[in-house]
Design a protein around this ligand. Structure first.
Ligand code: ADP
Ligand code: CA
Length: 502
């Protein structure tokens, strides 16, 4: 992979650096209007309105590299305080207000004269998909309020929308492959090339309320709703993508508690095998059954207080989590889970978001073999509440309570759900960032909406002025030969005159 500095110069830079003299000539031959262009930066803002929280990403790129062949850097990220916007269903103004500190921060970063031309988007994911399902009026009110707040800032606001699961998966895939330069890259000769298809990586995203799997399968996609045809930089990609609503970490763990409750609905006590031994909390049935992802019991009792007690039993925890997945493929030849068609996983994958975070806590994101991952999670899941608190004093109570459940869930999702095995497990790279940019759907979303990824292959900087490049190379070669001849002649004359004087 080239360094960011080289990429920033654009395709052709490698060759340019390799032949500095030719570059000088090239510059002379470059039309004055191009040479005079200042390297101005442009900015773009994307709010990721996730189910658990909202984050603002501030991107920057060179204005003269808008065809997507330059680099896009992440200048800053800002996490909005409080929960995701879907949690403000009963206080929509609060959703708008929650975005303000991050917008203020962005206004401090983006030069005032550029703010008005800064494209700004808000994309909402599974939390808002669920709220829309539950109460579309409330979802609209939340959207109206966030749009109103963003509209109060001097940016070019281009709208707030709910992404479909397919869009969320596809943009995540585009983001990661853009950052890895696996869709197009600059060759040593200064032209844009398509790296081989094997270099293209799949994307695995675990959110709080949904999870996405996206990759290039080796076989035709048998179910059209799980396919997307992308034409990027002159190449066609037929990707498989699917988003499982309710199988994000937070909703899945809620389904787990609900299933444990329903196993013995008459008692007000739940033994939780994934919570550490010694952990106890009270929850209400209203809290537990407040989501469309958890089916309330057919004869719901009045609001009831439930006592949840951790038992720290890794085998029972793993078994209970597996129960959340229907692993029968039904009529499909191959599937993921819940009867959803999925071709067998193929190639390298990048796993980010919740998949990264849940395993990172246990130091399991470094390419460890599956046996070690299993053993470490199993070991951790036997720890008492006292011990985990001592071991991770800076980690929040909720994150610690859920650490065993979340890591077991991540592993079960990958192995049983997406059907990775001991061998293909090693093809998964867990990452939070690639080249300093957070991996997620936001970059791909912005690149797409700002038309920064053209459907056709861009003419390279050199390609645009190929004739100049050839002329410069020929001239350089001629000059080198002439210089060599002149030097040889001078040397010969000097040595012959020296000989005469002797
Ligand atoms: N710093 C972090 N530490 C732990 N977990 C994190 C961190 N950042 C994000 N996550 C996890 O990543 C996921 C983000 O989900 P989110 O984008 O809010 O939901 P969705 O994509 O389903 O709308 C959550 O499961 C959250 O717990
Ligand atoms: Ca997300």
């Amino acid at each position: 992979m080239q360094s960011a500095a080289l990429r920033a110069l654009g395709c052709g830079s490698v060759a340019l650096l390799g032949a500095l003299a030719a570059a000088a000539l090239l510059l002379v031959l470059t039309p004055a209007k191009d040479a005079a262009l200042p390297a101005r930066n442009k900015y773009g803002l994307v709010f990721d309105a996730g189910s658990t929280h909202t984050a603002l990403y501030i991107y920057r790129w060179r204005a003269d590299k808008e065809n997507g062949t330059g680099i896009v850097s992440q200048v800053e990220t800002c996490t909005a305080a409080g929960p995701g916007i879907s949690s403000y269903a009963d206080d929509p103004a609060g959703a708008g207000a929650s975005l303000k500190p991050c917008l203020d921060k962005a206004m401090e970063i983006i030069p005032a004269e550029q703010q008005q031309e800064t494209p700004t988007y808000l994309g909402a994911t599974a939390g808002m998909r669920l709220l829309r399902e539950q109460n579309s009026t409330k979802a609209q009110q939340v959207f109206a309020e966030v749009a109103k707040t963003i509209g109060e800032y001097p940016v070019e606001f281009r709208g707030a929308q709910v992404l479909t699961g397919n869009e969320e998966g596809s943009f995540g895939w585009i983001s990661v492959n853009f950052l890895l330069e696996t869709l197009i890259k600059c060759s040593l000769t200064g032209t844009w090339i398509h790296p081989p298809a094997e270099d293209v990586v799949g994307a695995l995203d675990l959110g709080g309320a949904s999870t996405q799997i996206t990759f290039l399968p080796g076989t035709p996609i048998e179910e059209s709703s799980t396919g997307a045809l992308l034409r990027l930089y002159g190449a066609n990609y037929s990707i498989y993508t699917h988003s499982y609503l309710c199988y994000g970490e937070k909703q899945a763990l809620k389904m787990l508690v609900a299933s444990l409750h329903q196993a013995s609905p008459s008692t007000a006590q739940i033994s939780h095998p994934c919570y550490p031994r010694g952990y106890q909390e009270n929850i209400t049935t209203a809290e537990l059954y407040d989501s469309p992802c958890v089916r309330a019991p057919s004869s719901p009792s009045a609001v009831q207080l439930l006592r949840v007690m951790g038992t720290g039993e890794p085998a029972a925890c793993s078994a209970a989590i597996q129960q959340l997945f229907n692993l029968s493929c039904g009529a499909n030849s191959t599937c993921g889970f819940n009867g959803v068609y999925q071709p067998p996983v193929r190639g390298q994958f990048f796993a980010f978001s919740g998949l990264y975070h849940s395993l990172h806590l246990l130091n399991l994101t470094g390419g460890q073999p599956l046996s070690l991952v299993n053993a470490t999670i199993g070991q951790f899941c036997t720890s008492t509440w006292e011990k985990v608190q001592q071991e991770f004093p800076t980690v929040s109570r909720i994150q610690l309570r859920d650490a065993c459940a979340a890591s077991t869930y991540a592993l079960t999702l990958l192995l049983q759900g997406f059907r990775f095995n001991h061998t293909t497990w090693l093809n998964i790279r867990f990452a939070r960032q690639v080249t300093g940019v957070d991996v997620g759907w936001t970059l791909g979303y912005m690149l797409n909406l700002t038309n920064m990824i053209p459907s056709e292959i861009p003419q390279s900087v050199v390609g645009l002025q190929r004739s100049n490049w050839i002329a410069a190379t020929v001239l350089l070669a001629t000059m080198l030969i002439l210089t060599f001849c002149l030097l040889t002649l001078t040397c010969c004359r000097k040595s012959s005159s020296a000989y005469v004087s002797l």
